[in-house]
Design a protein around this ligand. Structure first.
Ligand code: MG
Length: 365
């Protein structure tokens, strides 16, 4: 079963007082961040961006990043319901996913869950249990006490059989609905629920924007320097008579960075992920290990906002290698070199044995 994705970003952002879709998360616009996991998904053929006219340029920029995917850009309507309807008119795969562009942290796992649910049950609504006690209030008085165990917050993407959700929309007349599950429930039937994700929150206020699920991680590494080994730091071969004593290539910059990236998302350290007893990692290029971490990041829709690194060594002089290290790490992390800070320090010859120490901090979303 193949799918199209309708991404709705046509609202006026009244609650924020500024345009949330053009705000950035790290190095990405919120709109791009919300659309790209769909563009990268193997089961999705076409991305339908329903946007305000002034956002068309951003939409074209997203499309250019995915030359193998079909993109259609449609102007939004006066209400969300009308905007979705205009997007659905362009959908012609068997299934369709409808997503709010204000949810930039949607993961591959949530999308997979919705797709599986549509294949099995004809619909899929990601939802999470509500943490607060929900009350019905009328005229300033609490009049209803719904059972919290039955209360869920609905997220997007919401998935349907295209022909069915189109039929539901055709039957709605001029009525507006808060989401697509409500349209489906009214005219087709009770939609199936799939597992949502706390991270897949909707950005509606400036507080959400500044919170943005940013997380910090720190990492540290040290390698003794010995004769007969190469010295590699930040993916760059350094000209020196000694190198790192290590199972891998001993690139302490990349090792500290990997630990910072793993720590930021609550994962265990590099030694756990890539044990130094495993022959597969003997003398391995540490950038390959970093690429593995970045694949995990991509799958979970985590991105790096910026990183900051300190290298501490009395010898050799490293300042001249920093621009090349920044370039290598920029390619590996998929962020601009201007978002990577590297400084080189000495211990003022206070150490009895020669070593390279590295510290890294990473801010990620
Ligand atoms: Mg190491």
């Amino acid at each position: 079963m193949r799918f199209d994705a309708v991404i709705v970003g046509s609202g006026k952002a009244v609650r924020m007082g500024l345009d949330k879709l053009t705000l950035s998360v790290g190095s990405d616009l919120i709109l791009s961040r919300a659309a790209e996991p769909f563009a990268a998904h193997k089961d999705i053929d076409k991305i339908i961006l329903v946007l305000r006219k002034d956002l068309f340029g951003i939409g074209k920029g997203i499309a250019e990043k995915f030359p193998d995917k079909k993109f259609v850009i449609v102007e939004g309507g006066d209400t969300r319901t009308r905007s979705v309807e205009k997007g659905l008119a362009e959908a012609n795969s068997e299934g369709v996913l409808i997503h709010d562009a204000a949810r930039p942290f949607v993961s591959g796992k949530v999308i997979d869950g919705v797709i599986e649910s549509v294949k099995k049950y004809g619909s899929g609504i990601p939802a999470i249990p509500v943490a607060d006690s929900v009350r019905t209030v009328k005229g300033g008085r609490v009049v209803g006490f719904p059972d919290r165990s039955e209360m869920y917050a609905a997220q997007t993407p919401q998935g349907f059989v295209t022909e069915q959700i189109k039929r539901a929309y055709a039957l709605r007349g001029a009525e507006d609905f808060s989401d697509d599950s409500a349209v489906y429930a009214r005219f087709i039937g009770s939609p199936a629920v799939t597992k949502g994700d706390e991270r897949n929150a909707k950005i509606t206020t400036l507080g959400d924007y500044f919170g943005l699920n940013s997380k910090i991680g720190i990492g540290y590494d040290i390698h003794r320097l010995v004769e007969g080994r190469p010295l590699v730091l930040g993916g760059v071969r350094i000209d020196y008579s000694k190198g790192s004593l290590a199972h891998s290539d001993g690139d302490g910059v990349v090792h500290a960075l990997i630990d910072a990236l793993l720590s930021a998302v609550g994962e265990r350290d590099i030694g756990n992920l890539y044990p130094d007893t495993d022959p597969r990692y003997k003398d391995i290029d540490s950038l390959e290990l970093l690429a593995g971490v970045m694949r995990m990041y991509k799958e979970r829709n985590h991105k790096v906002s910026n990183v900051s690194i300190i290298i501490i060594a009395d010898k050799p002089k490293l300042a001249g290698y920093i621009p090349l290290m920044k370039q290598k790490l920029s390619e590996a992390l998929g962020i601009s070199a201007s978002l990577i800070g590297i400084s080189a320090k000495t211990t003022e010859n206070t150490q009895t044995e020669e070593a390279v120490q590295c510290c890294a901090a990473a801010l990620v979303t």
